[in-house]
Design a protein around this ligand. Structure first.
Ligand code: PEP
Ligand code: MG
Length: 863
């Protein structure tokens, strides 16, 4: 089937066109888009690598038609062709057809299994169809009726004839004709025309159709443009003529389609105006929204109206007391957020959303104006705070970047939390009487994080977006969600049965039995799929040619350990211990830490548990430890540097780790190592802790492995020297990338630069692996890169022994490893190191992965 690529300056436009075209052909045609650019300041533009990737993702021997909007889109598309291998390039056509009409016409023609010339012809004819329909310049006579297709710009060998040419050899065959009246409301508009064409294209016969009411000429029934040009409206009579072996079948199929009103329900259409006055929505109670979290739910409505605190202004006499009251409220809010972060059943990655909330509360741009309002205008704290929050929310909502706009919801969340604390009310806990679908205007991340997936089977909101933190949390919790549905959803009564499909973004009110049955089947298939994926994830990650790698989880809370095992983790490759130190005013004691390490070790039993010693500083401030604010905190007093200067805090942690070790496979790991001396000093403090324990007869694992994180470029350069000091390396690509590229990992403006698939980072990973293996120690990787699907073959090909990543990404990683061979992975890794740009690495891996997917495994691959 011919693939279609839509190139536009606007990603939204490209996505919209893809959706429209995909709907016409029920998703049958490979469609890809390249839209917008990755520049937060100006998202409009086109990117050659994106176009290349889009082409590669839909490429097949049948060819690809690329449709573009204007200007640089053409240039990007032309340049993208340069990246394609010679033998593929001539099968990819840049088509001058109008973007929207052309994409739809091309998709319909491709779905009808036309060859590439016919697909291009359909795309090119699309504007003529529209013009004729509007009574404009083009008309039927302008449009090529000759069915032999010759196109300018096509290589000679591809200028061929249609497979269903006009009768020449079978003239003796009788032409059969039927006449039908079109009854659906909008006539043969785009969607019915697409169905008509798709049906006609299933038959070998030559089928032509004419509009008798307009006395038009007959046109090909397998051309979306020609059918659309007929201008068939409700009540028009059409004649369909078919000639060929299967003429009877073709006419019968088209008759059924027309008589079924192309699947449109005219009863609903007729009663639409009446239905609009009712609370239930039109079209059989079906509402469309934005798909925000996949899965299906069928359950009664539970309407949730979070109490929004109304604030009154009043004059305060004692500004200092009011300021103190405000600060106490902020502190309470901070403690609540810390608690929420630690107790909710979400992974460390998603819990980090609440770190952003904590940062809001420490932001002088938010706190200082409140102080001013209180001291200078003598405003009460509630009013001062609400005023500042409202201004910030408005500023976020004005931003052009849709993702950044969604951050307004986080500000509202934090704002309400402080207000609740100021006025002394606690957050509504959602007490659902029965498993339900939660219907609300919008949920805050705090609301969502606390949802119980056994009670909240689905979420339906009238505001929100798929990139909001609430949507991210819903996906993590596995709760299907549709957001952005019409506000009438808020009029539904509690207990009304509704159904939602979070994959396609649809909600049904009082669904019909057939809808329920279909959705129930989909829900069961979805649940079975999830179970299957989790069951499969319990198997080891072994390449097709038999190489096994260890797959572990990165965790930052006790509760993550059990979840990690359920998702197929074979151990913990990185326990970030910072969480034990947060939300307190003094450092945790040895006993407190021991309890945490023991709890996690017990869950893991004898599986590996790598405990990383405290890595504060940088983006992880901790006020009570006396870490001063630093101009360049990432280059400052953080990780092992801090611990070596605070040996008591460090030794307390090491003692707790050692004491938890008996009977388990605990390993200790030092972060931010830049020099050999740092490792030696850290090991000396560890040895001291061991001696103390020995002297007091406290048991510990004498053979506990000691490792370091390789996340500073100097560590890569002296990896051979460091390898002589330790039992293992774990590469921290989050920090390593920011230091190699000199691009702050928290600064979105340089995020593109801090891509861990930049060849410079890939080469450094390679060097580290080589040095480790030469010294006979194992090497893992625990940066976010381990969860990046495009990195999997590269990391495997570089010889990594262990991947450690967020547990939710484990099933997909194992599956990807199972599909590769070491030789394939090595080839991909070698190729990546020769490129000069991260985008090129991504494009090349994506193209190679596609090829690998298409390649069927043979028995010779195994063993
Ligand atoms: C890293 O730097 O890659 C890493 C895993 O550590 P963190 O993200 O905690 O700094
Ligand atoms: Mg790090």
């Amino acid at each position: 089937m011919v693939g279609i690529v839509i190139v536009s300056h606007s990603r939204q436009l490209a996505e919209g066109i893809r959706e429209l075209a995909a709907q016409m052909v029920q998703g049958k045609v490979p469609l890809a888009i390249a839209g917008g650019i990755d520049d937060p300041e100006n998202r409009l533009g086109t990117d050659t690598m994106q176009v290349y990737q889009a082409i590669a993702s839909v490429y097949s021997e049948d060819g690809v038609v690329v449709l573009m909007d204007l200007g640089s889109a053409l240039m990007s598309a032309e340049m993208a062709l340069e990246f394609l291998p010679e033998e593929q390039r001539y099968r990819v056509y840049l088509c001058e057809a109008p973007l929207v009409e052309g994409a739809i016409a091309a998709a319909v023609a491709s779905a009808a299994e036309n060859n590439i010339e016919q697909v291009i012809a359909e795309a090119r004819g699309a504007l003529a169809a529209k013009a004729a329909q509007l009574g404009g310049g083009a008309n039927l006579t302008d449009y090529p009726k000759n069915t032999t297709l010759h196109f300018l710009n096509l290589p000679e060998q591809l200028s061929v004839s249609s497979s269903k040419e006009q009768p020449t050899t079978n003239e003796e065959q009788q032409t059969k004709e039927i006449r039908l009246t079109i009854r659906n409301q909008l006539g043969l508009h785009a969607r019915p025309a697409a169905k008509f064409v798709a049906t006609a294209a299933r038959f070998q016969s030559q089928i032509r159709v004419r509009n008798l009411t307009r006395d038009s000429e007959a046109v090909r029934a397998d051309s979306i443009n020609q059918v659309a040009i007929l201008g068939v409206r409700q009540g028009h009579e059409i004649a369909i003529a078919a000639q060929g072996e299967d003429a009877d079948g073709a006419l019968a199929a088209l008759q059924v389609l027309v008589e079924a009103n192309f699947g449109e329900d005219d009863a609903v259409l007729k009663s639409r105006s009446a239905a609009q006055t009712e609370a239930t929505p039109p079209f059989k109670g079906e509402l469309s929204g934005i798909p925000a979290s996949p899965g299906v739910a069928i359950a009664p409505v539970f309407l949730y109206h979070p109490t929004s605190i109304q604030v009154q202004e009043y004059y305060v006499e004692d500004a200092e007391a009011e300021w103190q009251r405000f600060q106490a409220a902020v502190q309470t809010a901070q403690q609540e957020i810390q608690a929420l972060r630690q107790t909710t059943q979400i992974s460390e990655n998603e819990a980090a959303i609440f770190d952003a909330h904590l940062l809001f509360l420490a932001d002088p741009a938010l706190i200082d104006p409140v102080r001013q309002h209180i001291f200078e205008q003598r405003q009460n704290a509630e009013f001062a705070w609400q005023t500042v929050i409202d201004e910030l929310v408005a500023a976020y909502r004005k931003l052009e970047d849709a993702y950044m706009q969604q951050r307004a919801n986080d500000v509202v969340d934090v704002g309400q939390r402080v207000l609740r604390s100021l006025v002394g009310i606690t957050l509504n806990t959602l007490d659902l009487p029965q498993p339900s679908i939660l219907v609300a205007t919008e949920l805050t991340p705090s609301d969502t994080a606390q949802l119980d997936p056994t009670k909240v089977l689905g979420i339906c909101t009238t505001l929100g977006s798929a990139t909001s933190h609430s949507a991210i949390l819903a996906r993590t919790l596995g709760i299907p969600a549709v957001v952005g549905v019409k506000p009438e959803a808020l009029n539904w009564n509690n207990g009304t049965l509704i159904a939602l499909d979070g994959e396609i973004g649809k909600v049904w009110v009082k669904p019909q039995p057939d809808t329920i049955a279909a959705l129930q089947a989909k829900r069961e298939a979805w649940q079975a799929g999830q179970q299957q994926a989790l069951a499969k994830a319990q198997a080891p990650a072994v390449t097709r040619d038999g190489r096994q790698v260890n797959v572990c989880a990165n965790i930052g809370r006790i509760t993550d350990a059990q979840l990690a095992l359920e998702y197929g983790a074979e151990g913990v490759g990185l326990l970030r211990t910072e969480f034990i130190y947060l939300d307190r005013t003094t450092a945790p004691t040895e006993e407190e830490q021991l309890a945490v390490y023991q709890a996690i070790a017990q869950t893991l039993d004898t599986r590996p548990l790598i405990i990383r010693t405290l890595d504060v500083g940088g983006d992880k401030p901790l006020p009570y430890l006396g870490l001063p604010p630093e101009t360049n905190s990432f280059l400052g007093w953080r990780g092992i540097r801090f611990c070596l200067d605070q040996p008591d805090i460090f030794k307390t942690q090491l003692r707790a780790i050692l004491r938890a070790s008996p009977g388990h496979q605990i390993k200790v790991m030092f972060p931010m190592i830049a020099t050999v001396a740092e490792v030696q000093r850290a090991k000396a403090i560890l040895a001291k802790a061991q001696t103390e324990l020995r002297q007091t007869g406290i048991a510990f694992d004498q053979a506990m492995e000691v490792g370091i994180m390789v996340e500073v470029p100097s560590a890569v350069a002296i990896a051979d020297q460091l390898a002589a000091e330790v039992d293992f390396f774990s590469i921290g690509t989050n920090d390593l990338t920011q230091y190699i590229m000199a691009a702050d990992r928290t600064n979105p403006r340089v995020a593109k630069l801090a891509d861990a698939l930049h060849p410079s980072v890939v080469r450094m990973i390679h060097q580290t692996v080589q040095a480790a293996h030469k010294a006979d120690i194992w090497v893992g990787l625990c940066g976010e890169l381990a969860a990046d699907p495009l990195a999997t073959p590269i990391l495997l090909g570089l010889g990594l022994d262990e991947f450690s990543l967020s547990f939710q990404a484990i099933p997909a990683l194992k599956q990807a490893i199972n599909q590769l061979t070491v030789a394939e992975a090595e080839a991909i890794a070698q190729a990546a190191m020769k490129l000069d740009d991260a985008a090129k690495v991504r494009a090349s891996v994506s193209a190679l992965q596609k090829k690998t997917r298409e390649r069927k495994p043979t028995s010779s691959d195994v063993g």
